[in-house]
Ligand binder design. Sequence first.
Ligand code: PMP
Length: 418
Amino acid sequence: MSVQIAATYDVQTIRADFPILKRRVDGNPLVYLDNAATSQKPRQVIDALVQYYEQSNANVHRGLHTLAEEATEAYETARAKVAHFIGAEPESLVFTRNTTEAINLVAYAWGLANLREGDLIVLSEMEHHSNIVPWQLVAQRTGAKLHYVPFTSEGELDMEALESLLRQEPKLVAITHVSNVLGTVNPVQEITRKAHAVGAKVLVDGAQAVPHKLVNVTQIDCDFYAFSGHKMLAPTGIGALYARQELLEQMPPFMGGGSMIRKVTHEFSTWADVPTKFEAGTPNIADAVAFGVAVDYLQRVGMEAIQQHEQSLTEEALRLLEAEEDIVIYGPRDARKRCGLVSFNFKHVHPHDVAQILDKRGIAIRAGHHCCQIIMRRLDVTATARASFYLYNTLEEVRAFWKALDDVRKVFGKYGGR
Ligand code: PMP
């Protein structure tokens, strides 16, 4: 049975908003299936950047002139839009460069102040390096210990193993909402409830969730939630950390400098209100403003519609790849348990070769360890190929990708054949 896209979802109108999708690569139309790495940007977001620099550019928070007021208003409006998009209040949303910086902020500001020798930090084996390395660095400084929840052969978090680690009363559970390799959607609300019951704080890495599904941090009830603008139509260099306001108030600053202070004396300083306390120096104003416009765009299309659309694309990709005996698929087989990406390998060809051959057809996929070397070790591979979808991809593109895999067989021969 072949998959269909909901009749009401107008993917061609959406595509028309993305100038880069008109590009050709090696004479072929671009088929961009590397959205988990970064998304393309609609005209509205690009225009917002130009308009900001042409009309309102000034530094925020300090000026008394018209442009400074306009820039401040635009920056704070963007904060409110991004916060509301994830069901939070603006006071709880700190602008960062990306997910990585948001997690580092928590590791250094909260972690160094709260973790002691022997304290337990629970991570999972499906974390991106950006939710592992900061905790390793903080563990080295504090003497805290890291424990990893494994995932099952189906690519799902081993909840029994998690519960047994929770019985050891960790101080923090830091877990990804959606795996960027397996595509798995983790039950972060249930995990938060169970972690809170033993007194642990919960950080969720939402880099692959917020762009693709409706996320409500108040409902999840987590303490920290990190995500990146560039994976959800916004420019690079802007991301966000949601944190409970009382935690932001208790935490010491991450970086010191201009803007984040209330008073500076020879000996000491006091801090501005949150979230400004965590935004030292001139922020990334233009990209934050464009982040607000990206969120407007996603809301106009509708996150539920986007999720459904991506699910149809994922189902089709899984259906086509599953029928191939020379291909291994990683992660849950049920598209409803995933967000829109599929990692796979040919049994006899290195994924870098696969990506290069597909590129000759204008098809952009990613191959590598995807910043998840622990997953690679668990899967017993050094790398995988990954096709990842977004709101502007079509079923035709998924099929073009699948057809192009025949080029790989032409170059490397058939699996098991001569
Ligand atoms: N976590 C996950 C699950 C990711 O997929 C990524 C990006 N690949 C990151 C964190 C890091 O995001 P950034 O590079 O934007 O900080």
